[in-house]
Design a protein around this ligand. Structure first.
Ligand code: NAX
Length: 335
């Protein structure tokens, strides 16, 4: 018997004509997120100037004749693009241009994510899951979430998974143990150079990582390499990491939907509730277990003084980012 046709799910991608969009859309349409039996409709949002480029991407998607791809909707209006969507990848954002201060970048993007939060609140499925990739991702997620009072805070997340995957991969290279046998890595805090890739709880082939990895390499090589990896890729490639970011976005969303394997966890930016001394409300990279479509912070980890200091540093940066956009943050009371 052929599988019974299931209802298509609706997936929004913003910044769909950009680099990450180009790496993400074809994998989504081929079933990389929800498997080979789940049809989907892609809702693609761009700014008006990028609609011609987006129509080219749409032609290519059509030319792939993906059996799962039932429809494509292109728009420059967030309210149209988010209509009824079950999943939203918020990738599009304004890049930093020459002479632009970091705080100006924060402000222009804050306005974008305020408007998109409102549109998601009005138009998305009530069960929508939202992943913010566009930088500054953690604070953009905070803004979108606070401007969507009818959706729950836990429906929003920001991407730390690229940093998490980079950490796994460096550990694998160093220990010569496959990535699949490395567990309990965490990237805490902001997706920025203050992030803290933490291997103090990690297991490599079921044994503590710190018994196998020397602490000098951990402190002086692994941490700065992960923190600076984005810049290193731009320098080498002349363009930012797009394929690995798209892959990480799929990993993030898939774990959220399907669950993290038993005995391990992933890193996700989620609204802090004070756990591990982090300022409540800010979106912070935490060790997270996903189950039954939800996520929760891993509890009870014993943190070293070194880890606490690193977490405090990235927490401080996120508070400062939040303080720069306070006027765009309605109170957190939700409907
Ligand atoms: P691109 O500049 O190639 O693409 C961005 C696209 O977003 C453009 O096509 C632009 O027209 C569109 N856009 C701008 N404003 C928009 C709006 N209001 N609504 C809809 N679309 C809009 O950048 P790309 O390399 O794709 O990166 C996208 C974002 O991901 C950047 O902010 C980047 O910094 C961020 N990243 C985040 C990562 C993370 O781990 N959280 C890692 C990768 C990446 O650096």
């Amino acid at each position: 018997m052929p599988p019974s046709p299931s209802k298509p799910v609706r997936i929004a991608v913003t910044g769909a004509a950009g680099n990450i969009g180009y790496a993400l859309l074809f994998r989504l349409a081929s079933g990389a997120l929800l498997g080979p039996d789940q049809p989907l409709i892609l809702h693609l949002l761009e700014i008006p100037q990028a609609l011609p480029a987006l129509s080219g991407v749409a032609m290519e998607l059509t030319d792939c004749a993906f059996p799962l791809l039932r429809d494509l909707k292109l728009s420059d209006q967030a309210s149209q693009a988010f209509d009824g969507v079950d999943y939203a990848f918020l990738v599009g954002s304004r890049p930093r241009t020459q002479g632009m201060e970091r705080k100006d970048l924060l402000r222009v993007n804050a306005e974008i994510f305020k408007a998109q939060g409102r549109a998601l609140n009005e138009r998305a499925s009530r069960q929508v899951r939202i992943l913010v990739v566009g930088n500054p991702a953690n604070t953009n997620a905070l803004i979108a979430s606070r401007n969507a009072p009818d959706l729950a805070e836990h429906q929003f997340s920001s991407m730390m998974r690229l940093d998490h995957n980079r950490t796994l991969s460096l550990l694998s290279e160093r220990s010569r143990i496959p990535v699949a046998d490395i567990h309990r890595v965490t990237v805490w805090g902001n997706h920025s150079s203050t992030q803290f890739p933490d291997i103090e709880q990690a297991l490599i082939a079921d044994r503590p990582a710190l018994e196998q990895i020397d602490s000098t390499w951990y402190h002086d090589t692994l941490i700065p390499t992960v923190q600076q990896r984005g810049a290193a890729i731009i320098k080498a490639r002349g363009a930012s990491s797009a394929a690995s970011a798209a892959s990480a976005a799929l990993d993030h969303m898939r774990d959220w939907i399907v669950g993290t394997p038993k005995g391990t966890w992933t890193s996700m930016g989620i609204a802090a509730n004070g756990d591990y001394g982090v300022e409540p409300g800010i979106f912070f990279g935490y060790p997270v277990e996903c189950q039954g479509g939800g996520h929760q912070i891993v509890q009870g980890l014993a943190l070293s003084e070194f880890a606490r200091a690193k977490i405090a540093l990235t927490d401080r940066e996120l508070r400062e980012e939040r303080d720069g956009v306070l006027d765009l943050l309605p109170s957190s009371s939700r409907g």
